[in-house]
Design a protein. Structure first.
Length: 247
């Protein structure tokens, strides 16, 4: 690979929040659903956790939630966010490195604003901007394009989305961005750090392989376990860009 100084610069990096920058395993939503509907069958909870948060509660209930149920669900989300507000491995280093290179960063997430504010409270100020998802729901590309406009990105070339959230990654692909999937820290593995560490090597490898395959089937350009492996992945993508490869 050419020297780092010869590689093309990145323009902007977008991240997911839960399961990406914070909340290893993206546990906030499934934990909140379980606490709100403790009698829901596990398979139905698993299905709901893969839906947009605004639809997940209706799915576990099998009907539209009423105002009291939505209020209870929001409280459960906030409590779960407080418990899981911890940076993922490599997250702070990745943001600090991008800041050092002058690359603007932002995060996007479908969870309600009070919940994302709680989760993002552990991130150092000024390293990444939190941007609200408005317009069409993911996987429409609107949120990614709007984020790039808010960050004054001059062009799509060199813009990257990093996440383990399939709908957000699909939005990045639809927007024409380079995409990096996070297998172990995202919702496809779905284990909190202690539970992940407690698994045997065989179980971890199986879950990691399934998540990695699912992300590649989605069409992402590279897959890593978590943000601790981001540096080498970005170098690889920079080399691919230098050869003329496009997302």
């Amino acid at each position: 690979m050419p020297a780092t100084a010869d590689l093309p610069r990145f323009t902007t990096l977008l991240f997911g929040l839960s399961g990406d920058l914070v909340d290893f395993g993206a546990r906030t939503l499934p934990v909140a659903l379980q606490r709100t509907c403790p009698d829901c069958p596990p398979e139905r909870l698993l299905e709901a956790a893969a839906l947009p948060p605004q639809d997940a509660l209706d799915h576990v209930l099998g009907r539209n939630a009423d105002a009291q149920e939505r209020s209870r669900f929001q409280s459960a989300l906030d409590e779960a966010a407080q418990a899981h507000a911890e940076a993922t491995p490599g997250a702070m280093h990745a943001l600090q490195a991008m800041q050092g290179h002058g690359v603007p960063c932002a995060w996007l997430d479908e969870l309600p604003a009070p919940t994302t504010q709680q989760l993002a409270s552990v991130l150092a100020d000024g390293l990444a901007t939190g941007l609200e998802i408005v317009g069409r729901q993911l996987p429409a590309p609107d949120a990614c394009w709007r984020a790039l406009m808010q960050l004054d990105s001059p062009h799509l070339d060199g813009c990257v989305l990093v996440s383990g959230q399939p709908r957000l990654l699909q939005a990045g692909l639809n927007a024409g961005l380079w995409t990096i999937g996070l297998a172990a820290s995202g919702p496809l593995c779905g284990h909190a750090p202690g539970d992940w560490d407690a698994l045997g090597n065989r179980d971890r490898d199986r879950l990691r392989a399934q998540a990695t395959l699912g992300l590649y089937r989605l069409g992402v350009h590279s897959v890593i376990d978590h943000l601790g492996e981001l540096d080498s992945c970005l170098l690889d993508i920079a080399g691919r860009r230098l050869k003329g490869e496009k997302p």
